[in-house]
Design a protein around this ligand. Structure first.
Ligand SMILES: Cc1cc2nc3c(=O)[nH]c(=O)nc-3n(C[C@H](O)[C@H](O)[C@H](O)COP(=O)(O)OP(=O)(O)OC[C@H]3O[C@@H](n4cnc5c(N)ncnc54)[C@H](O)[C@@H]3O)c2cc1C
Length: 453
């Protein structure tokens, strides 16, 4: 260990005690908080930034990927469907007509049930949504450490403008994306480095004219993506272009490289009829750290999961194979009252890539929030929770626990995985690629490996 300093112990004021605390206000955290409130719990949502949505808003990932299987079956209902609607509530809704009323099935050749959205209206709609649901949001507040009693988290210490304070609860949901709470509370975790990318909206007179002609705002103000694609070969020098989102050094390196990419782009493309409109205000880390839970997503052969809390798909596959996510993938035996939600749930390898798509994050958020409320009400540990009762509640709330009829034979014939990156553009030959997304984003970008989306 390097040089250290000792800080004298001091009393920390307790600001609030609620049934449930959710750490992180990304879409998974929003879903967890709302689900817990709907099941009668008092809920505090702690968010380090000043907006909700996490990567989907701050991180500029404003593409809510499909919640259907690509063959006319809706796979995600519940909050995963509801939050898509919230994101487009105050801007252009690009969900296909066939799905607008939220049917369980649509004609097999229907376009995918997905939507792009604009970020500021989504942020405002998310504020409105959580307020209406009764969630108590504390913005601009960073979780720093758990207050432990054995394997139970009694409260959390946070830092904000008021200084160092504590919030107490019966049950906790870690939706920090980076497993900050479960890691610091002593659970087992896995970390992964992420490639660098940088998405932004741009204004370009030509695109605008086209968008205006077609009456399509999403075409008029397109989303641009820059990214560095490592070849994936261990030892390849390009692999150095991946960063570790669980350390300060890794986060700062990511910011330096990704903003450098954006500046290179701007220097090459700035002209009187062009403007770079936005930047991500959260580093675009795909996977950073996840829980190693009691169980995990099984994506190789075993499809029926008795304790399933909902179906998930690799949203970019067509048709998409449907998997079931186990309750035990949200918890660990090492902690009695903490659930994981979102891109940090228990799933290894390709499973992790499946669980990080927005719809899957919202699904696990809903399951974790509902389980947290039930455990708080029953005063039981998460290991003792009545999973059948949890499943009943989730089903009542629109979640599809088991593979819908007609999806059993889904084997993808189209998937982005393993395909070549588009031709190079920019100074770093073979590493630097650019793609424009719009409402037809999926079809236009088949040639982008899904782990890079
Ligand atoms: C470049 C890129 C492209 C992607 N493309 C797509 C796509 O096209 N479609 C798709 O569906 N998915 C896509 N994804 C994945 C998807 O965006 C994310 O996995 C998903 O949004 C994660 O949601 P989450 O709520 O689990 O986590 P996050 O969105 O990461 O939310 C975590 C929240 O916790 C907060 N937080 C973190 N630490 C703390 C702390 N210590 N204290 C308090 N708050 C904290 C953060 O500020 C944040 O608000 C992409 C991801 C990336 C990076």
């Amino acid at each position: 260990m390097g040089k250290t300093v000792r800080i004298e112990g001091r009393d920390i004021p307790v600001v609030r005690e609620t049934d449930v605390i959710v750490v992180g206000g990304g879409l998974a955290g929003v879903a967890a908080a709302v689900a817990a409130c709907r099941h009668g719990a008092s809920v505090t949502l702690i968010e380090k930034s000043i907006v909700l949505g996490g990567l989907a808003t701050l991180g500029h990932v404003c593409v809510y990927l499909p919640i259907d299987d690509g063959r006319g079956h809706k796979i995600y209902g519940g909050l995963a469907e509801e939050l898509m609607r919230v994101c487009v509530r105050y801007s252009q809704d690009s969900t296909p007509e066939q799905w607008r009323d939220g049917p369980d099935t649509a004609p097999e050749d229907s376009p995918r049930y997905m939507s792009n959205f604009f970020i500021p209206p989504a942020v405002l709609a998310l504020d409105e949504f959580v307020q209406q649901e009764g969630v108590d949001v504390v913005f601009d507040t960073v979780f720093s450490e758990p207050i432990m009693e054995g394997n139970t988290v009694k409260g959390i210490v946070v830092e904000n403008k008021s200084g160092r304070t504590a919030y107490m609860a019966k049950v906790f949901v870690d939706a920090s994306g980076d497993a900050d709470l479960v890691y610091r509370a002593g659970a087992e975790t896995e970390t992964l480095k992420t490639i660098v990318s940088h998405w932004f909206h741009e204004l370009d007179f030509d695109a605008m004219k086209k968008g205006i002609e077609e009456g399509d705002m999403l075409k008029a103000v397109p989303l641009r993506w820059l990214g560095l694609v490592p070849s994936g070969q261990a030892g390849d020098e390009n692999m150095e272009l991946t960063c570790d989102g669980t350390t300060s050094e890794g986060v700062n390196e990511y910011i330096r490289i990704s903003r450098g990419l954006a500046l290179d782009w701007l220097k090459k493309h700035q002209r009187p009829d062009y403007a770079m409109l936005t930047l991500p205000f959260m580093p675009q880390f795909r996977m950073t750290r996840r829980l190693i839970g009691k169980d995990e997503l099984r994506y190789d052969g075993e499809y029926h999961i008795e304790s399933s809390v909902g179906c998930v798909i690799a949203s970019l596959d067509e048709p998409a194979t449907v998997y079931e996510f186990p309750y035990e993938g949200l918890i660990t035996d090492l902690l009695s009252n903490v659930l994981a939600a979102g891109r940090m749930v228990s799933a290894e390898g390709r499973g992790w890539a499946i669980m990080r798509f927005i719809p899957a994050c919202v699904l696990t958020g809903q399951a974790a929030g509902t389980a947290a409320a039930l455990a708080a009400k029953e005063n039981c540990s998460l290991q003792e929770l009545d999973v059948k009762e949890l499943q009943r509640q989730l089903e009542n709330d629109g979640v599809k626990l088991h593979r819908p009829k007609g999806t059993e034979g889904n084997v993808p014939v189209r998937r982005r995985r393993g395909a070549e990156a588009p031709p190079e553009c920019g100074p770093q030959i073979n590493r630097f690629y650019v793609r424009t997304d719009d409402r037809d984003g999926i079809r236009q970008s088949q040639d982008t490996p899904d782990e890079h989306v």
